[in-house]
Design a protein around this ligand. Structure first.
Ligand SMILES: *Cc1c(COP(=O)(O)O)cnc(C)c1O
Length: 407
């Protein structure tokens, strides 16, 4: 086998199918989010980012940056080891306390990312409970799917947010068989929200554990930013709540919160927790400051909600089709992979607007879209420019307009 030509041919196939990923080279400007410099070869231009998961702009918040600077000056760059071997700094201890308090749980456990937290926690729980059955929502994130697969436990997939289907699967099992229902609160591509209370009812009736990924909700929903389960008063009914420090909290890292026994169990058995260097103390300090700030402040959440409503209203007025959903995510539907990529490229080249196109396999074919995430750092003028640019490109691509009810 000629190794390199094998890899090149595989990449060419990706290109031919329109699935080859191109990353935008961005330099974000602290104090001026959502603006950034985009470089392409020797070209550099100023762009407005409209697809960031730093949903509230906390990545530039003075409280976060001050905490990070301070920890950097006190403790230096890296943690110096795995959590077990000299890597548990005081900042990690404080952050885990902050997280347990956020979700009103006995304990919390930090990981290097949300992906790792899902992968490690689900694979450890499901592989170590004898004869465990996992019931997984059909639209669960890749990190959950990989964790479940790695556990080698039996897995049944229930139709997305379909409570009747979940109940059918649960009812077919012996009551005393260990079962784990894995799902998300806000699903990030459609922006829809799971019926968490109904799922908790079923879990209680059929003696199942619940594992909830609140990655796209922490910091954003609930009076203290504890997520959808906090908003709906359901945190105490969920066995494990998982989240990220990399999206609304604006830093990086992942975590689970649960009972002391479950956190201790995963701490003691999860390879993905044990055998990797701990997050830098400055990262832990920044994340803790971000959580603390958002526990006490609603200003960012309120401004974000207002901005989301404004973008929706203006898109509807311009007849640009977007999915109505109860979250902060606005999927603008293009429904064609070539046009979707063309609109994204042209927004960048002609209008200085950056929105990554979302094509298959991330979403089903025929539902190609631009996923817009308005934030408190977008101004009303940014919104005007966005909708005007989309209007021009909608006409140029001969895409149909829709009449949508004004909100
Ligand atoms: C982004 C994401 C993750 C992974 O979190 P990271 O901190 O980015 O690794 C997990 N679950 C869902 C649903 C996500 O969208």
């Amino acid at each position: 086998m000629h190794y390199n030509s094998f890899f090149e041919a595989q990449l060419q196939q990706l290109r031919d199918n329109g699935n080859y990923r191109v990353f935008a080279d961005l330099e974000r400007h602290k104090g001026a989010f959502p603006y950034a410099t985009n470089r392409n070869g020797t070209d550099a231009r100023e762009v407005t980012i409209w697809c960031s998961n730093d949903y509230l702009g906390m990545g530039q918040h003075p409280a976060v940056l001050n905490a990070m600077h301070k920890a950097l000056d006190i403790s230096g760059a890296g943690a110096g080891g795995t959590r077990n071997i000299s890597g548990t700094t005081h900042n990690h201890v404080l952050l885990e306390r902050e997280l347990a308090d956020l979700h009103d749980k006995e304990d919390a456990l930090l990981f290097t990312s949300g992906y790792v937290s899902n992968w490690a926690a689900l694979s450890t729980l499901a592989s170590r409970m004898p004869d465990c059955l996992i019931l997984s929502d059909a639209l669960n994130h890749a990190s959950m799917i990989e964790g479940i697969r790695h556990s080698r436990a039996q897995c049944q997939v229930w139709r997305h947010n379909d409570i009747a289907h979940l109940e059918e699967l649960l009812a077919a099992q012996p009551l005393d068989r260990p079962k784990l229902i894995a799902f998300e609160s806000v699903y990030s591509m459609d922006g829809d929200i799971a019926p968490i209370a109904d799922i908790c009812d079923l879990a209680e009736r059929y003696n199942a554990m619940t594992y909830l990924d609140e990655v796209h909700a922490v910091g954003l929903y609930g009076p203290r930013g504890g997520g959808i389960a906090e908003r709906e008063g359901l945190m105490d009914r969920i066995t494990v709540i998982e989240g990220t420090l990399g999206k609304a909290f604006g830093v990086v890292g992942g975590y689970i919160t649960s009972t002391a026994a479950i956190c201790d169990f995963i701490r003691s058995f999860a390879s993905g927790f044990i055998f990797t260097t701990a997050l830098p103390p400055a990262v832990a300090a920044g994340a803790a400051a971000s959580i603390q700030h958002l526990k006490a402040s609603n200003a960012e959440r309120e401004l974000q909600r207002a901005r989301v409503a404004e973008v929706r209203r203006k898109l509807s007025k311009a007849g640009i089709p977007h999915v109505e959903n109860p979250s902060h995510i606005i999927p603008v539907m293009v429904g064609d992979p070539v046009k979707c990529k063309f609109i994204s490229d042209t927004l960048m080249d002609e209008f200085g607007i950056y929105i990554q196109p979302i094509n298959y396999p991330t979403v089903p074919k025929g539902t190609e879209r631009l996923r817009i995430t308005p934030s408190p750092v977008h101004s009303p003028e940014d919104v005007e420019r966005l909708v005007a640019a989309l209007g021009v490109l909608w006409t140029r691509c001969q895409l149909s307009r829709v009449s949508m009810a004004a909100e």
